[in-house]
Design a protein around this ligand. Structure first.
Ligand code: AP5
Ligand code: MG
Length: 217
């Protein structure tokens, strides 16, 4: 199964992706996570991406497309994947169309997680992430058992550098202008499924699971 996950910053893409990939045995490819990994490792790509990410701007298309190409050719994506945070612009979506053609692959569905912007700011500013495994928490909605410590591996939790109110506002504006047009792009291909992203994590996941089970029937 090959999926795209669209939705504004903080909608819960990463949170739901973890559950989808566990149950459907596919690999999550989060461009945001991958870029943060490059930054941590201090690669050329990481250095170039840093200034854009910290301002809440998009990293230039050509860098992202090259990164995705290199990634999707790896054997671990053979059984299927979920693209979380990619594509984010029309040129990225067109480049993905070309790449899928080259690889002889088709998309099964494009999931769109819809959450109003007031709620997104609340979700993002209290998000914490594990330094070791990347698991995502929320100080109020989804707290770890022990404050500041990951339930899974005991790793230290940190706050992303772009998770402050100022940058979040810009990320939301960038989503509206550059990424939202992709909903229609995929609607024309008959691939779009809209999901109400308000409610408990498990309830939202139940709706996603029902959609995915139908698409693979
Ligand atoms: P990226 O890492 O993709 O960030 P994003 O799109 O802004 O999305 P988030 O990761 O912030 O949110 P999410 O939807 O995954 O929510 P989560 O599950 O964590 O991108 C970061 C930056 O990298 C970009 O700004 C850009 O600079 C660059 N970049 C990445 N991809 C790019 C691309 N393709 N092109 C160009 N540049 C690119 O949940 C959020 C919080 O809410 C958590 O605390 C969680 O616990 C909580 N939560 C989740 N679900 C619920 C619920 N149902 N109820 C209550 N709380 C919930
Ligand atoms: Mg995410």
């Amino acid at each position: 199964m090959r999926l795209i996950f669209l939705g504004p910053p903080g909608a819960g893409k990463g949170t739901q992706a973890e559950l989808i990939c566990r149950d459907f045995h596919i690999k999550q490819l989060s461009t945001g996570d991958l870029l943060r990994f490059h930054r941590k490792e201090g690669t050329e790509l990481g250095k170039k991406a840093q200034e854009f990410m910290d301002k809440g701007e998009l990293v230039p298309d050509e860098l992202i497309i090259q990164m995705i190409k290199e990634e999707l050719e790896k054997p671990e994506y053979k059984n299927g994947y979920l693209l979380d945070g990619f594509p984010r612009t029309i040129p990225q979506a067109e480049a993905l169309d070309d790449l899928l053609k080259e690889l002889g692959q088709k998309l099964n569905a494009v999931l769109v997680l819809e959450v109003p912007s007031g709620e997104l700011v609340t979700r993002i500013t209290a998000r914490r992430t594990c330094k070791v495994c990347g698991k995502v928490y929320h100080l109020v909605y989804n707290p770890p058992r022990v404050n500041g410590i990951c339930d899974i591996d005991g790793g230290e939790l940190f706050q992303r550098t772009d998770d402050n109110e100022e940058t979040v506002k810009n990320r939301l504006a960038v989503y509206e202008s550059q990424t939202k047009p992709l909903v229609e792009y995929y609607e024309k291909k008959g691939l779009t499924y809209r999901i109400d992203g308000i409610g408990k994590i498990e309830e939202i996941y139940k709706k996603i699971k029902e959609i995915l089970e139908k698409t693979i029937e």
